[in-house]
Design a protein around this ligand. Structure first.
Ligand SMILES: *Cc1c(COP(=O)(O)O)cnc(C)c1O
Length: 371
């Protein structure tokens, strides 16, 4: 067995030669950014791969989320119903748009927003719902759309974890008004840093095109207070290379997840999230829940694994609603389930080149723990 550190993730990369070959043309064109040839090519290819009507590439997932919200022109101070069991980017994107996050509890079985609790949180100030397909677990998109239609709200999904996931044979990014993906180095598919917004409205494409380029509409015309969120050509080429290997990478992840599942399913106190029917997963993460019947608390297990140089992550702890940057500005409804998940969750190492022996090593430690 190899004796080395096992990290929670490892970035997908093409071979060195493949990437070097692919970037060569940039030394002829000297076109490095500003929606160049590779930006366009990647946008087209991802639109097809993700099976979404429209797609706008961005410099990262966070800016894709922030600009998608901006593109919807909500009145300042309006309320957005969201989940606290996520990466802080989700909440930041709302707050940085001068909107108020209203935190809704999640479901214990999969960590996604509890759709039965959304309606109670709707006020005359509510303008949108921003749920997260956390770990690639798919929200109840049908029920959420029903609520949105009834109250005339926008639905924006944080699909940062859901690259390539399909539900009922449709790309997950085709649900709701918009979905945002992240292509950060730690995600299933990466462009080093990168992201995209998917949507169906034609107007959105032009709007986001301007917003990611300072709001510039024409050579002498700036119509929006935009940002700079353009993906450069080196990153776009990294994406084009990685896209060639993504099917294989997801297949490897699937095999590894099945091994973890097989080995952990009968360990008392270790629970796994429930799988939803009609979902084709991307096997992006392998979260476990360390519950009462387990002899150790989650934090202790985290430490024991770390002692063996196995680096897991407490994704997502603490809840974003509890982060000090928000102080007590935003109300916290009953977030009992979210709190419990945040206390219990541990994401185990998972990436396409992880070996069965490395899984064995983690599992052995998890299985033999005594107080
Ligand atoms: C990674 C992530 C983001 C942000 O994406 P970046 O590409 O890192 O900016 C947003 N939301 C969630 C849930 C994420 O995991």
């Amino acid at each position: 067995m190899k004796d080395k550190k096992i990290f929670v993730t490892r970035s997908l990369m093409p071979s060195y030669e493949e990437y070097i070959d692919a970037i060569k043309p940039l030394w002829d064109s000297h076109w490095l950014t500003n929606m160049g040839r590779y930006h366009q090519e990647l946008e087209e290819k991802l639109k097809r791969y993700l099976d979404v009507p429209q797609l706008s590439l961005m410099v990262n997932g966070h800016m894709a989320l922030e600009l998608t919200i901006q593109a919807m022109s909500f009145p300042e101070g309006a309320e957005v119903i969201t989940t606290p069991f996520t990466f802080v980017s989700t909440t930041h994107a709302i707050v940085r748009n001068h909107l108020r996050p209203v935190f809704c509890d999640v479901k214990p079985e999969d960590g996604t927003i509890d759709e039965s609790k959304i309606e109670n949180l709707i006020t005359e100030c509510t303008v949108a719902i921003l749920p997260v397909h956390v770990y690639g677990n798919i929200c109840n998109v049908e029920k959420i759309q029903e609520i949105a239609n009834k109250y005339n709200l926008k639905v924006i999904y944080d699909a940062a974890h859901a690259f390539g996931v399909t539900y009922k044979e449709k790309g997950i990014g085709s649900y709701g008004d918009a979905s945002v993906f992240s292509f950060h180095a730690t995600k299933v598919f990466n462009t080093i840093e990168g992201g995209a917004a998917a949507f169906s409205d034609h107007f959105m494409y032009d709007k986001l095109h301007d917003l990611k380029n300072f709001g510039i509409r024409g050579e002498e015309l700036v119509t929006d207070v935009g940002a700079n969120a353009k993906l450069n050509e080196f990153c776009a080429i990294m994406g084009l290379c990685n896209l060639k290997h993504i099917t294989n990478a997801i297949f490897c992840r699937k095999m590894l997840c099945e091994e973890y599942e097989k080995q952990l399913k009968d360990v008392p106190g270790i629970r796994m999230f429930k799988k939803k029917a009609n979902v084709d997963s991307n096997y992006g993460y392998f979260p476990i829940l360390v519950e009462k019947e387990y002899p150790l608390e989650r934090n202790m297990l985290y430490e024991r694994l770390k002692e063996a140089e196995i680096y897991t992550r407490k994704y997502f702890y603490p809840l974003t609603s509890d982060q000090s940057c928000f102080g007590n500005q935003f109300g916290k409804a009953d977030l009992k389930n979210a709190r419990e998940l945040a206390e219990n969750v541990l994401v185990l190492p998972l990436y396409e080149t992880l070996t069965m022996q490395e899984i064995e090593k983690s599992v052995e430690i998890i299985k033999k723990m005594r107080v």
